[in-house]
Design a protein around this ligand. Sequence first.
Ligand code: FA5
Length: 345
Amino acid sequence: MREQLAALREEGLAEVASAQNGEQLAAVEVALLGRSGRLTALLKGVGRLAAEERPLIGKLANEVKAALSQSLAAKQEELAAAELAQDLAGVGLDPTLPGPPAPFGAVHPVMQAARDLEDHFSSLGYVIWDGPEVESEANNFDALNIPADHPARESHDTIWMAEDTGPERFCLRTHTSPVQVRALRELGAPLRVVAPGRVFRQEAQDATHEHSFHQMEGLVVDKGVGVPHMLHAMNSLLEGVFGRKLETRLRPGFFPFVEPGFELDARCPFCKAGCRVCKGTRWIELMPGGLVHPHVLRSAGVNPNEYSGFAFGLGLSRIAMLRSNIDDIRWMMSGDLRFLRQFPS
Ligand code: FA5
């Protein structure tokens, strides 16, 4: 039986090698290793062998089977590659040519506005600073002089993290102002930073209000900084981002972390006599700001007798709306390609 197995191995390997295509190879496999194939037929004789011969023959049979299976697999790969090459040659395809270009996305209008503003402020010597979207209650409210009973801390305005995270409470930041405190603590005074980023509020949505939107914080702290410096920064940023002078108005505004506080509004570009975007007022609230409250400077370890500063919180999503003529903020997060394709970068 040893000789028969050796012969099966030699002949089998030769048959595999001479197969011309997949069909022939399949037939060779069945004839060699199939249920009624030559190996099975041979092994039927094992029962007639002496008991001590049987394990040796069994081992040899396994080796033959493994050798034939291996060569069948290798041959199958070889034939498949040859068939593919033939198919490609048949259709005149050059596999070395580059494929069709992948479709490119574009930069979202909010990010386009953010990048332009970052360029504008970098050119004025500001540092771009980043803060986390999950923020501590201490940074989001306490350090900013927002009192413990301020309505903004209520759960219908602020999205709080689960309360079992420890003694400190965390929330999704409701504005980019906590980055003022973080930047001051890390960089110290004097400093000039802008911090773009996403913020979150429990908000009834409408054409100008989203629950997740973008702001850009600005903070300048130095000796002798005052309101004229703030106004210059605000107006120059609007010119930088719109490429022209916008009609704006400044009115008093209250924020616990600035004193005095202001609101800068821009003339609504969508109407002449009031619309749903400006809610009939002809003005769009764009950018509050003011002189940094001494409490904020002190929370960050800066001496308010030595330094003063201004801060502003720009509604980046609203800037993008005005700039790109988008009359409903809800388009921004819709993920609708018909909307996004209108803003190639
Ligand atoms: C603030 O968030 C203050 N942190 C801004 C600030 C910074 C004041 C520094 C003083 C000094 P306010 O809640 O008004 O303020 O939001 C700032 C701007 O974000 C608004 O003028 C508006 O343009 C935009 N904004 C506010 N709420 C929404 C909303 N739900 N959806 C889209 N944009 C909004």
